[in-house]
Design a protein around this ligand. Sequence first.
Ligand SMILES: Cc1ncc(COP(=O)(O)O)c(C=O)c1O
Length: 372
Amino acid sequence: MVQVSNWLANRTSLFDSSGIREVFNLAKELKDPINFSIGQVDYPLPEPVKDSLIQSIERGQTNYTVTQGIAPLRERLKKQVQEQYNDPHRDLLVTSGTSGGLVLSMMALIDPGDEVIIFDPWFVMYESLPQLCGGVPVKINIYPDFRLDIQKVRDAITPRTKMIITNCPANPTGISFNREEIQQLSELAAENDICLISDEIYSKFSYDKEHVSPVEFNPETTVVDGFSKSHAMTGLRLGFAHGPAPIIAEMIKLQQLTFVCAPNPVQWAGVTAIDTPIDHHVDAFRKKRDYLADELSKYYDFVKPDGSFYFFPKLPNGVSGREFLTRAIEHNMLLIPGNVFSDQDTHFRIAYAVSESKLQQGVDVLKKIASS
Ligand SMILES: Cc1ncc(COP(=O)(O)O)c(C=O)c1O
């Protein structure tokens, strides 16, 4: 009798995604839940972007594009990057979502045994992608304030350290390292010949201060970014990556042999998205963040987020993430236990990109279950 499971590659058993999958399955069962579990915005695809997508399909732009991305989009994005950093050595490619950029950068840079420094708590892919390439994630605990302690990073560096991944504002904490911290990290990477990957997918959702990119201090940084969150395009799969030309050239080569290209009509919609401001949405999210911070401060321990649309409060004393989720579900509410993003089970993630009325209902439930 053939045992199909014996055919599976060893890498499939390196990690599992059951935690988050379980919450998504539960979401399907609940009726009209207060859904704080989804990492995507609650506003629709902006009309001009939608029109541009439809027109592109009507023009028949559904075939392959050049791997690196259609010229109008790539040139616009490159121009933006040039205006920002004025560095002729940077190049850019269009990817299938920010995830596409992360996968390609990892494939281009990580050899078996290479160590990749990530911060705990992390965005789920940062733990798994290095392992898919045979690398080893090395985790730096940044609880309880989620600030950078540069000495901890220095101490974690070994001769095998190849990469550091940073993500500001962060998923799941919403925290951004400040300018000084970004500078310290950038300089440390440069001094130790370590490549820095900066995931800037939430940079537009920076509520108090301008987003600071490590590129400012370390021009060898590779940035992954995308339209999923900013322009409500999670299902359309459009991202981009920019960095030193030799790295981008390899990412283009790898994309040719894997994803081939980002979806053609979506790339045309991306050109329109660049000209479609989202400031009013960002303002609305800032208000939601402030509302949550004010309402929850007497009930939970948390660090007020700087950006993205996540809150990462501490669980009530003695309660596990699983138990807290069970309590939440009893009140028709979904959230994500913090151990999905971490080696420790002490926090939970709220994604507050929901309507005002759902947010209010959610706050009422969170107050109720804080000490029940
Ligand atoms: C930090 C971070 N990076 C990358 C991604 C992936 O985004 P995309 O939909 O563009 O692949 C996400 C999605 O949740 C994210 O939170």
